[in-house]
Design a protein around this ligand. Structure first.
Ligand SMILES: [Zn+2]
Length: 495
């Protein structure tokens, strides 16, 4: 009971951070089907409902699959003033240049040998210059065999290893620095991954493309459709400006809640008016370059996303910024329609443009994977049915729910809508956005019915009282409203 009341209170005191059905993700997958050539269109049209419904599966997997969360974004602005020039495109280079290498001595002390800023490229040769290098090597810097170390890193470390740490075996280190372990009484070496925590979206997308190409080659219907749906999700995420920044929810600029505002509230209000006539899918000569181009465009749009809202917030009456709306029997505080209208006007079609580009690129990715597989004849798959294991799917939802409650989130089912308890520093997605926990469950998903839901009707009677309390509370609040998405503190969560 306490939890239910608290949950209702949270909803009432919150600005909207809910994604109401992952609207934009689904629309992108749905519309991308129409860009395909006749050889692909029949199959994708037949499974369009699946592709649409499962556009949000990657968000659902976030608690069940290790490392999943890092695939949805890249905080590119974390990587310096000119990150698009400095961040390598090849994952092996990232592994070398953004890791830190440590040696552990006989006393158990971890000694920094270098990596990141301490890894120096001088005349084409790479040097470790960490503060503890002199103590270990007896000299100011030591050469790192870049190619060899890269080979080791690629072989020994998976970016989905959420420990963010991997051991460099003594015999491998002995290849890099012969005799050093014995000479300096080093017990072990380990490497810290300093990159993955800031997101690996552009490095993950090519893997999905490879998987899709393989599925086409094998004419494996289930994998073709499943991976196509997933790919659509990641492509969608790559087109959201707030998926390219550390300030992903405006938390660094006093604009908490803007993530959901941009990618969920606005598309849901105006998305049906967008023009989805996109044209034909085209072949991509360079998939990686196209992915980075998407990230670059998104990041270039970020300034408008933030600055227009900031300006609007200064001039708009504070008491008209939010309103209460009923969503599937749940009252939520959300950005008001007049405020949304003004923001959307200032954005001047930006969200529509990003969605259109996402749809166009997704069609191109699907088409390119099929072409690269040798343009197989898909007509023989037309009679096959999808045989996804329903039990396995239910199991995944259970795992996710258990994980979610471990982070302090408890689901409350109100007819077909879920709300959550605070405290879970999780991601929710509409257009792939990071806010709080609940929307990792889409509307209508079947979950074990919480006992608490039986009492919903009684508690709903409390809503008018709670609204009254809310209004008194709101009178005292002028800035930085509590938003469900506030509970996201990725770094404490990741570390
Ligand atoms: Zn996502």
């Amino acid at each position: 009971m306490k939890k239910t009341i608290l949950c209702l209170l949270i909803l009432l005191f919150s600005s909207s951070a809910f994604s109401w059905g992952f609207w934009a993700h689904r629309r992108i997958n749905e519309m991308a089907v129409f860009t395909l050539p006749p050889e692909m269109l029949g199959l994708y049209k037949k499974h369009q409902a699946y592709l649409t419904e499962h556009a949000v599966d990657p968000d659902k997997r976030r608690y069940a699959v290790e490392g999943e969360e890092f695939r949805h974004y890249i905080d590119i602005d974390h990587w310096g003033d000119k990150p698009f020039e400095s961040v390598p495109r090849f994952w092996g280079d990232v592994l070398v240049q953004y890791n830190e290498i440590y040696a552990v001595n006989a006393q158990g002390d971890s000694l920094l040998l270098g990596g990141g800023a301490d890894l120096v490229n001088r005349d084409g040769l790479w040097w470790l210059k960490g503060k503890d290098v002199p103590g270990v090597f007896g000299q100011d810097s030591v050469r790192l065999d870049y190619a060899r170390f890269q080979q080791m890193a690629l072989a020994l470390y998976s970016p989905y290893n959420t420990d963010m740490q991997w051991e460099l075996p003594l015999d491998s280190a002995a290849i890099l620095w012969p005799g050093i372990a014995q000479k300096a009484a080093i017990q072990s070496f380990f490497v810290l991954d300093k990159f993955t925590g800031y997101g690996i979206l552009p490095f993950h997308l090519p893997r999905e493309m490879n998987r899709l190409t393989a599925a086409f080659r094998n004419l494996d219907l289930e994998r073709i459709i499943k991976i196509s749906a997933d790919l659509g999700h990641y492509v969608g995420d790559a087109h959201v400006p707030l998926h390219t920044t550390e300030n992903y929810n405006g938390q660094l600029t006093g604009q908490r809640g803007i993530h959901g505002f941009w990618e969920s509230r606005i598309p849901e209000l105006y998305g049906d008016q967008y023009d989805y006539f996109i044209g034909r899918a085209y072949y991509l000569e360079n998939v990686k370059a196209e992915i980075w181009q998407a990230i670059y465009e998104s990041h270039m749009a970020l300034d408008s996303v933030l600055s227009f809202e900031k300006e609007l917030n200064k001039t708009f009456p504070e008491d008209k910024k939010y309103s209460y709306e009923s969503r599937n029997n749940v009252v939520v505080r959300t950005y008001s329609r007049p405020y949304s209208f003004e923001y959307n006007k200032r954005l001047d079609g930006q969200i529509e443009r990003r969605m259109r580009t996402a749809i166009k690129r997704l069609g191109a990715f699907w088409y390119t994977a099929w072409k690269d597989a040798g343009s197989p004849d898909l007509s023989e798959l037309m009679d096959q049915k999808l045989q996804f294991d329903k039990e396995e799917y239910k199991q995944k939802l259970k795992i996710k729910d258990r994980e979610a409650s471990g982070f302090g989130m408890n689901m409350l089912k109100m007819n077909k809508h879920y709300c959550c308890m605070p405290g879970g520093d999780r991601e929710v997605s509409g257009f792939g956005f990071r806010v709080s926990g609940s929307s990792s469950l889409a509307q209508g998903d079947e979950l074990q019915k919480p006992e608490i839901a039986k009492r919903n009707k009684v508690f709903l009677l409390l809503i008018p009282c709670l609204i009254f309390v809310t209004q008194i509370f709101a009178a005292y609040r002028t800035t930085n409203p509590i938003i469900l998405s506030d509970s996201v503190k990725r770094f404490s969560d990741r570390s």
